[in-house]
Design a protein around this ligand. Structure first.
Ligand code: VTB
Ligand code: MG
Ligand code: MG
Length: 326
């Protein structure tokens, strides 16, 4: 059945957990060493190797960059043994390279898999994003409304005062206006230095205190976050931000026709989707990698859109060193 799209077998969910576990452990050996590139490369190598052992006919649609700029896991690279279902792969082997280099919270290894042809082929440009968790009326927030309107509508839908709404926003000068506006509307802002996939997913978990994600981050991370939300529930919209001709040319090469199109979650990730992430450093959603002599502990979240099952997998590995130690 090589080359045929047949939906995703549930065993692939556990296979994907193994992939992100390896990537996260490889990066964790280099956490806190101040070398973003080395940690990223370690995760890329480990994830590529593990993906290539899977019986899938995979193609990287969200990867490390375009062919001329990324030697491995470039967009268009074939992965897997070729003996299995045709799948799209989206990955960020180390989401939070800076977080890892500085040994700060929330770095993780992330991979999503979907039926062939069902993930948005987004170029590595920025994306304006908005996301909220599940159980709320469809369309309660919208990328085309102001931050004020969105936090007010969300407060109303949640039946709380706007002062109880918290927006997660990347701490960047480009967000000065949104941050000010959200605060002026009476809501709270939680700033993050990096890692907006975790920021988007945080909206789905009441214990994080995050109600809404707002602002501009990477488009690849946007598609990965949409894949996660497809599984765990929630709403998300994204719009590419192309700031020059070179970026527009790249987007066009990837099949984007309308640069200003607003994508909803299903348009970024349709069909059957599996999402896995393993913590590299301790974070709000995942524990990081911990080394205890030869034992390595990992914490992974794996989710499937077809059933909505979300698994949290804590594992202890005693043979990991021989596979991924640098
Ligand atoms: C964004 C965000 C990521 O890097 O891509 C950001 O989506 C890069 O934005 O989660 P800047 O150019 O402003 O740094 C991350 O934070 C980490 O990859
Ligand atoms: Mg990356
Ligand atoms: Mg990233």
């Amino acid at each position: 059945m090589a080359g045929k799209t047949v939906g995703l077998s549930r065993t692939l969910a556990l296979e994907l957990a193994r992939v992100t576990e390896r990537g996260a452990v490889a990066a964790a050996y280099l956490a806190g060493r101040g070398d973003e590139k080395a940690a990223d490369q370690a995760a890329v190598d480990a994830i590529r190797k593990e993906l290539n052992s899977l019986d899938i006919d995979g193609i990287v649609v969200i990867g490390e960059g375009e062919r001329d700029e990324a030697p491995m896991l470039y967009i268009g690279e074939k992965v897997g043994t070729g003996k299995g279902p045709k799948v799209d792969i989206a990955l960020d082997p180390l989401e939070g390279t800076t977080l890892t280099a500085k040994n700060m919270p929330n770095a993780m290894a992330v991979v999503a898999m979907a039926e062939g042809g069902s993930l948005l082929n987004a170029p590595d440009v920025y994306m304006d994003k908005i996301a909220i968790g599940g159980g709320l009326p469809e369309g309660v927030v919208d990328l085309d409304r102001s931050p004020t309107e969105n936090v007010q509508a969300l407060a109303k839908a949640k039946g709380v005062d706007v002062s109880h709404i918290t927006a997660c926003i990347l701490d960047r000068p480009r967000h000065a206006d949104i941050i000010r506006e959200v605060r002026e509307a009476g809501a709270k802002v939680t700033l993050i230095t990096d890692g907006d996939i975790a920021g988007v997913i945080a909206t789905t978990d009441a214990s994080t205190g995050i109600d809404i994600y707002l602002g501009i981050g990477g488009a690849p991370e946007g598609v990965l976050a949409a894949a996660a939300l497809r599984c765990i529930g929630g709403q998300m919209q994204g719009r590419l931000v192309t700031s020059n001709e070179e970026q527009k040319t790249r987007a066009a090469r990837m099949g984007i026709e309308d640069f200003n199109r607003k994508y909803n979650m299903e348009e970024m990730a349709s069909g059957d989707v599996i999402f896995a992430a393993t913590g590299v450093t301790d974070g709000s959603m995942l524990d990081g990698i911990h080394f205890n002599g030869p034992a390595v502990s990992t914490h992974t979240i794996v989710m499937r859109s077809s059933t909505g099952t979300v698994r949290s997998i804590k594992a202890t590995h005693t043979q990991m060193e021989k596979f991924v130690k640098p």
